[in-house]
Design a protein around this ligand. Sequence first.
Ligand code: R5P
Length: 282
Amino acid sequence: MRVISTEKSQILAARIAEALKIPVVDVKFSRFPDGEHYLAAGDLDDETIIVGSIVDNDTFVQLLLLIDACDSSTSRLVIPYMGYARQDKRFKKGEPISARAIAQVLGRGVESCITVNIHEPEVLKYFDAPTTNLSIAREVGEYICRADIPDPLILAPDDGALAFARDVATVGGWDYDHLEKTRLSGVEVKMAPKKLCAASRSVVIVDDIISTGGTIATAAGMLYQQGAKDVYASCVHGVLIGGAYTHLKANGIRDIICSDTIERGCSKISAAGLIATALIRE
Ligand code: R5P
């Protein structure tokens, strides 16, 4: 058995291989003169674990090519971050259900799939192959323990992320809550924890995705106004578009903690152990 990956998931793939004590496949990635992707992986007659986050259109195409290169009856697919999953329904007439389109294509050529904190678990039904969604909440909680943040208040930015905040908080027996928006006037909105008080607390805001950083930056500003001592941001998937990282730092976020489902400088938590354990269990 070997692990094969797209260009942008190499580090996580190597960590998964290390955890499983199996080798990685040496893949050569290049492009044809017209820009089309090409890859060559040599002899692929082994059982393969294909690892690839969809962080852009190129990684999606590379993933399709890898799946095609491997034997569909013995390959298992790991999509640590599934881009396009946020368009999980037709919000307006004439729109595609992008998550369905992606899942249907990818799920067809493999024996099974694994995702990590997929934005909307309902999407799993669109994969042809049996698919398991893992949660990295425990690893986030363990990181917070190691980071020595005193008696943290774990906050979800909205009630949709409350279950994730609860699972993170369970690791250390910490308080958790979610932020609630109250409209004060036509132009003024207040964000505050629904039940608890943030004054004098070290707050860790946890979410599945940090994209522009807008949600957390706004929340942090309000939490500081309410007397919070420090605000940290943690997410599973650091999409971090534009200047999201610096936007958060400029808004007083003490530290930004992401996992390696998207490989970033701030990927301080690895999903490798979680994924390796799930692969052994399958
Ligand atoms: C939304 O449903 C997600 O869970 C995140 O809260 C969202 O993607 C964060 O976006 P941004 O960082 O752009 O505020």
